[in-house]
Design a binder for this molecule. Structure first.
Ligand code: HAM
Length: 420
């Protein structure tokens, strides 16, 4: 066995999966940049306080999953378990003009029990929009997530949405919920029988069957929302209807972070295992900037897991027969100089090309050409060099098996013609 493996819960992403991985980021950036979002890049590690304060001191992510360490000067740091807290910290530090609309693509680190679709290092693309509490901004962000997942080609998706109220009405709901949990504490899962008092909302997020069963009878957020939150949420739902975005209201969608206020949403893929089927989620966090020392500034955002989207895409058969980037493969039977010069010529002309190394046999080079996915092989032997021509062999597509010789000076034009 090799002495070193990727650490438990992490993965190496190699081609062709990595090509799909970067394609997702490309699709995402295109979609959000055309809606006015600019890229933000912030450090992968922060003062742990950034996450403790935002996500919640007693949240599962902070207490059980955060990677914390001391650097060589004894400073405590934490690897980011998600993107929102760092982006909001950067907003508070730099105070860009509002509305500030930012997007990111980042690894996130959580010490979770690894399984398919759940990793200790996963990757997210996401957006954060700060500076407006307009419900149409909620609609905009949800539409971006929905649009991105459709751009990727996913079809089996369910969007759930809820309003968790605000500082005004949330405490009222929490006390009604606490009353309900007090009466029904015996029916809760083992962990929550002890801990529900610390934060009753966490029970709504619990995946264990006892809590899930009891939840059906629990009081609902919608019956405790204040007028302002109800008006806000009605306008969000109206906007989604207007854009033709299908959703389901889920009165118990709370998500695992303390920073959420009002709108929360999550998209699940029905082709994934239910324990790890969320392909994206987010919500409003109108009090978060203040928690991180900034002026009161409303905000909303979401993130989508790249690995989950890839898994869902595979399950939906989206990546079958995906084309290779390489279109020309140079087969050189004269020792390698021709391949060196012709691949350079092709690449300078904007034609993706590759070659074999180490002066391999014709058969081995043709096998490699086929594996590369190239449409065309350029073959050069002693005869071609002498007559200053190149043999072009079409490997796949409508003209497959076509073969001809072309003068070297006409090569680029002819290759482009055959590829068109
Ligand atoms: P989150 O729901 O924790 O939200 O993560 C976002 C997405 O990352 C999930 O929907 C899922 O696709 C993926 N994901 C999460 N954990 C893992 C894991 N262990 N392995 C693989 N994929 C995973 C957030 O992180 C919030 N910051 C989203 C947000 C942005 N809210 C407001 N703005």
């Amino acid at each position: 066995m090799n002495p070193f493996q990727a650490p438990t819960g992490t993965r190496d992403v190699l081609d062709p999966e990595s090509a799909r991985f970067s394609l997702l980021i490309e699709r995402f950036s295109k979609r959000v940049q055309q809606a006015g979002y600019g890229l933000v890049i912030s450090p992968m590690f922060e003062d742990p306080g950034v996450f403790n304060r935002s996500i919640g001191e007693d949240s599962e992510v902070v207490t059980k999953e955060m990677y914390e360490f001391e650097d060589k000067s004894g400073r405590r740091l934490a690897l980011r378990p998600e993107g929102t807290a760092s982006v909001v910290r950067a907003f508070v530090q730099h105070r860009p003009q509002i509305p500030w609309k930012a997007w990111y693509a980042t690894p996130a680190f959580r010490y979770e029990r690894p399984q398919a679709g759940r990793y200790r290092q996963h990757h997210q693309v996401g957006v954060e929009a700060l500076g407006s509490d307009d419900p149409d901004l909620d609609v905009e962000t949800i539409a971006l997530l929905d649009g991105y997942l459709r751009d990727v080609g996913l079809r089996s998706l369910d969007l759930r949405i809820n309003s968790m109220g605000d500082a005004n009405c949330r405490p009222g709901y929490e006390s009604v919920l606490a009353g309900f949990l007090e009466t029904n504490a015996d029916a809760l899962c083992k962990e929550h029988q002890e801990s529900w008092r610390k934060n009753p909302l966490r029970v709504l997020d619990c995946k264990r069957s006892e809590c899930v069963d009891l939840r059906v009878m629990a009081p609902r957020f919608r019956d405790s929302l204040c007028d302002a939150c109800t008006t806000h949420f009605d306008r969000v739902l109206l906007g989604l209807d207007a854009l033709g975005i299908v959703y389901e209201r889920d009165d118990f969608l709370v998500r695992g972070f303390d920073y959420y206020t009002r709108t929360t949403f999550e998209v699940a893929s029905s082709v994934l295992d239910s324990a790890q089927n969320a392909v994206g989620g987010g919500g409003r966090y109108d009090g978060l900037t203040e928690l991180l020392g900034g002026p009161a500034t409303p905000g909303i955002g979401f993130a989508s897991g790249i690995e989950r989207v890839l898994l869902a895409g595979e399950a939906e058969g989206l990546f079958d027969g995906q084309e290779s980037l390489i279109v020309v493969f140079v087969v050189d039977l004269t020792g390698g100089e021709q391949a060196r010069d012709l691949t350079h010529l092709m690449r300078e002309a904007g034609i993706a090309s590759d070659r074999a190394f180490d002066d391999r046999s014709l058969k081995a080079q043709l096998r490699q050409a086929d594996r590369s996915g190239a449409t065309i092989a350029l073959i050069v032997g002693a005869d071609e060099v002498e007559r200053d021509v190149i043999t072009i062999k079409v490997l796949r597509g409508a003209r497959a098996h076509h073969q001809e010789q072309t003068p070297r000076e006409a090569l680029i034009g002819r290759v482009k013609e055959l590829l068109s």
